[in-house]
Design a protein around this ligand. Structure first.
Ligand code: NI
Length: 143
């Protein structure tokens, strides 16, 4: 069967502050710059979810988009939209960087794709910041 991929775009707005207790206040400022500002700041995130799989010969589709939309909205968008990411339990031991966000979102979605398989999570944080993850590390992380 022919393979194809489809990418859906979702949006959520969230606040965060980049800060780790493993570094001194001065080191945090050096590493994270203005993202370490104690008052936090917000982003309008764009989330790109790519699913790859067989193109169903009857429908011409790789996956059921309405079902994918429902799952991503319930699992990711509803969880993060208009929230402070630093208060999410998944980030109690990790910083709320884009790198860590795409890992978490991958884990939240990887076993819930209606058909086909999750190929990539992309996250646009700002005009100049983009993060992605394609499941390179296969061992299970706790989320
Ligand atoms: Ni930020």
């Amino acid at each position: 069967m022919e393979k194809g991929s489809v990418t859906r775009r979702y949006r959520f707005a969230a606040a965060h502050r980049l800060h780790t207790p493993h570094l001194s206040d001065e080191e945090n400022k050096t590493v994270f710059g203005k993202c370490n500002n104690p008052n936090g700041h917000g982003h309008n995130y764009a989330l790109l979810v790519t699913v790859r799989g067989d193109i169903n010969p009857s429908t011409g589709l790789v996956t059921e988009i309405p079902e994918l939309d429902r799952i991503v909205t319930e699992t990711v968008v509803a969880r993060f939209d208009h929230q402070d990411l630093n208060h999410d339990p998944a980030f109690s031991q990790r910083t709320t960087t884009g790198e860590n966000l795409v890992l978490l979102i991958w884990d939240l979605l990887v076993n819930r794709i209606p058909s086909g398989r999750l190929q990539k999570i992309g996250l646009i944080e700002t005009r100049d910041n983009y993060f992605e993850y394609s499941g390179e590390v296969m061992e299970k992380r706790s989320v």
